[in-house]
Design a protein around this ligand. Structure first.
Ligand SMILES: Cc1cc2nc3c(=O)[nH]c(=O)nc-3n(C[C@H](O)[C@H](O)[C@H](O)COP(=O)(O)O)c2cc1C
Length: 310
């Protein structure tokens, strides 16, 4: 019976009524999404990456499409921590009563710590998603996520600055993601989120120049799913802390695949930019997919692909 399926999920101490959350940067601070669909149905709400100062982001063009996905070089456009604490976060908390996750992006270790301490003051924030993987800024961002020493330093500093659960968001643009994952776990991360976008580019035939003003951008969408699954699988085998899986999820079946590979919950980004109802569709479809697999609880699927390989 489909209605009997228990969709509840947990990422460490953070309990979600279902495992489906919007991926940071594709949900803004919730206001636009709330006009398009019922955001109260979401398992969690992940805010756009927040920096210390307001940022206008990179020059245009900063988005282009590609087979089975998109490239973006938005460059962390956001109103900055002061505005988010005063306006965007309280506004989201009025609309959405479930767990709100703050995505934090610094340009130095101290900045990450400072931002974490600011969010620590808010009762509206359930967890911090520490973005050490943004490929679209000239310094900071991905530089921390591609070096295990730097990733450890950010995690340590954030751990000291905040008592909130810390989810570190990893970059796929590395040879061995398990080294970075372990470094973050060793410094007290409560969970790991993966993957951020894959570094890519396109060339515009008309101008014979890179299609993005930033030259490079982050690849996301369905084309990223197999890479994300591979990395979630590897990280699941390497650490004990929970994983939030993302990268190319666009259906309930994709979400279940991610879960079987080791994710305790999923985030969905690009699919919602193509079809704003994607997250609600996945939430609605999950019970049927889980029932067809012979299960009654979403949580029982986590990491199942690793057990006895069956
Ligand atoms: C337009 C856009 C903006 C993004 N901004 C952020 C961001 O601010 N912080 C972050 O951690 N990830 C950001 N991401 C990465 C997504 O959260 C996600 O990790 C990635 O897109 C893979 O998931 P998807 O294939 O479902 O989109 C952004 C992605 C897109 C497409």
């Amino acid at each position: 019976m489909v209605s009997a399926v228990d969709l509840s999920a947990s990422v460490g101490a953070v309990r979600l009524k279902n495992p489906v959350m919007p991926a940071s940067g594709t949900f803004g601070f919730g206001a636009d999404a709330a006009r398009l669909y019922d955001i109260t149905r979401l398992g969690g709400a992940v805010m756009k990456g927040v920096t210390k100062e307001p940022r206008f982001g990179n020059d245009q063009p900063r988005v282009t499409d590609c087979p089975a996905g998109m490239l973006n070089a938005v460059g962390l456009e956001n109103p900055g921590i002061d505005s988010v604490m005063k306006q965007e976060l309280p506004a989201l908390a009025r609309m959405y009563k479930g767990p709100i996750i703050a995505n934090v992006c610094g340009f130095t270790v101290d900045e990450y710590a400072e931002l974490a301490a600011r969010f620590d003051e808010s009762q509206d924030v359930a967890a911090l998603e520490i973005n050490i993987s943004c490929p679209n800024v000239s310094h900071g961002g991905m530089a921390f996520g591609t070096d295990s020493v730097a990733a450890a330093a950010v995690t340590r500093a954030v751990r000291r600055a905040s008592g909130k659960p810390i989810w570190v968001k990893l970059s796929p643009n590395v040879t061995d993601i398990t080294r970075i994952a372990r470094a973050c776990e060793d410094e007290g991360a409560d969970a790991l989120c993966l993957i951020n976008t894959l570094l890519g580019m396109r060339v515009d035939l008309r101008t014979r120049r890179p299609a993005l003003a930033n030259t490079f951008g982050g690849l996301s969408g369905p084309c990223a799913l197999p890479v994300a699954l591979r990395m979630v699988w590897q990280v699941y085998e390497a650490v004990r802390i929970p994983i939030v899986g993302m990268g190319g999820v666009s259906s309930a079946r994709d979400a279940v695949e991610m879960t079987l590979a080791g994710a305790s919950a999923v985030e969905i980004g690009t699919a919602a930019l193509v079809d704003p109802s994607a997250l609600i569709r996945v939430i609605d479809e999950l019970p049927r997919v889980i029932t067809e697999m012979g299960y009654a609880r979403y949580a029982d699927l986590v990491g199942k692909a690793h057990q006895g390989k069956g």
